[in-house]
Write a protein that binds this ligand. Structure first.
Ligand code: FEO
Length: 348
């Protein structure tokens, strides 16, 4: 357990090994973390747990550090397994302990765990007094599940934001001012682009709503990656920018090619764009990491995609990428397609 601010402790897990998250969907080149927090005041409250495979060490450490019986309440900001996976193991030890969650959170806890726990439904503005600190709950539906909420610790002035503002990034350090800024923002942008893009309108609205609450925020503690301690609002400003149908004015040319014809076209398109002063990155979809491509698409204004024709359609790597793009619902981009003819030319 590591003290991060008066009354607030990090009790999470660093997952140095993970290279694929959400099943096989999201690559995590730098690992990840499952951040759990303890608020220690007259009452001790645990906010979120860790992913299921880590439950044993997590509970052993909590028992050693504070004794599980001393936990007065558990806050479940989000029921996805990477944060609530250890909940059942914890509740076996402290079955009567109240759990605070949103209405959707309660519904999902019942459906996931089939247990009759002491669930206390909270909504935005509801609070729990701990002594010197007060927990104030802020619902954040669709950031990125219907059950999500954030917990603000009034007194310590810390926002426990759960998935929002996170990064899949394991580091020897805990705080944003201690790590390589390039790595940190690359992971934060990849996380936004691949996970939060479809929910951008909710991100915009929630930032406005939280700003309207006028809560002093001295630290933002997400449930993955690095804690924003130095100028914590910088990541909120980034989210506001990213949620505004973001692009950097450049283009991206993506292709897959069987015998090189589509590749030749891709390179010619990029040269053409360059000659008109538009910087274009070029990637072979079949050889690149899909989530990294999504991050580059997120940054681009122009998205130009090409494939050879095969079996009256497109190559499978291009099809998979298009399926992800469709789901993410990028906006404010110009798209075009190209491809080689084969003998029938359906790819375009
Ligand atoms: Fe939505 Fe980190 O889980």
């Amino acid at each position: 357990m590591i003290k991060i601010k008066d009354s607030v402790y990090w009790v999470g897990v660093k997952d140095w090994e993970i290279r694929r998250f959400h099943g096989e969907e999201y690559t995590t080149h730098r690992g990840s973390t499952y951040n759990s927090y303890l608020i220690m005041d007259k009452k001790t409250v645990l906010v979120d747990t860790v992913w299921t495979p880590f439950h044993e060490g997590f509970l052993e450490d909590l028992e050693k550090d504070i004794g599980l019986g001393n936990i007065s309440a558990v806050v479940v900001n989000h029921t996805e397994q990477d944060h609530a996976g250890s909940l059942a193991y914890l509740m076996e030890k402290i079955p009567e302990t109240p759990i605070y969650c949103t209405k959707n959170g309660a519904m999902m806890i019942k459906k996931h765990f089939h247990k009759d726990w002491n669930l206390n439904v909270v909504k935005t503005g509801d609070s729990v007094d701990l002594g010197d600190n007060r927990l104030i709950f802020v619902e954040t539906p669709m950031l990125h599940w219907p059950d999500n909420m954030a917990t603000y610790v009034s007194g310590a002035n810390v926002l426990l934001s759960n998935d929002a503002f996170g990064q899949h990034y394991a580091s020897p350090y805990l705080f944003n001012d201690q790590v390589d800024q390039g790595e940190l923002f690359q992971e934060a942008m990849k996380y936004y682009a691949n996970i939060l893009t479809p929910f951008s309108k909710f991100v915009k609205a929630k930032i406005k709503e939280i700003a309207g609450l006028n809560l002093p925020i001295e630290m933002i503690c997400p449930s993955h990656g690095i804690i924003w301690r130095e100028n914590p609002m910088q990541i909120v400003e980034k989210y506001d920018q990213w949620a505004g149908d973001y692009n950097e004015g450049t283009a991206i040319v993506l292709y897959d090619s069987m015998w090189g014809a589509t590749k030749k076209m891709a390179l010619a398109i990029a040269r053409g764009l360059g000659s008109r002063g538009v910087g274009a990155r070029v990637f072979n979809i079949g050889k690149c990491d899909r989530n990294d491509l999504i991050t580059d698409i997120f940054r681009s204004r122009g998205v130009i995609i090409g494939s050879s024709t095969i079996n009256k359609g497109i190559l499978s790597s291009t099809a998979a990428l298009l399926e992800v793009i469709k789901g993410l619902q990028f906006k404010n981009k110009i798209a075009a397609s190209f491809g080689s003819y084969g003998w029938s030319g359906e790819s375009i």
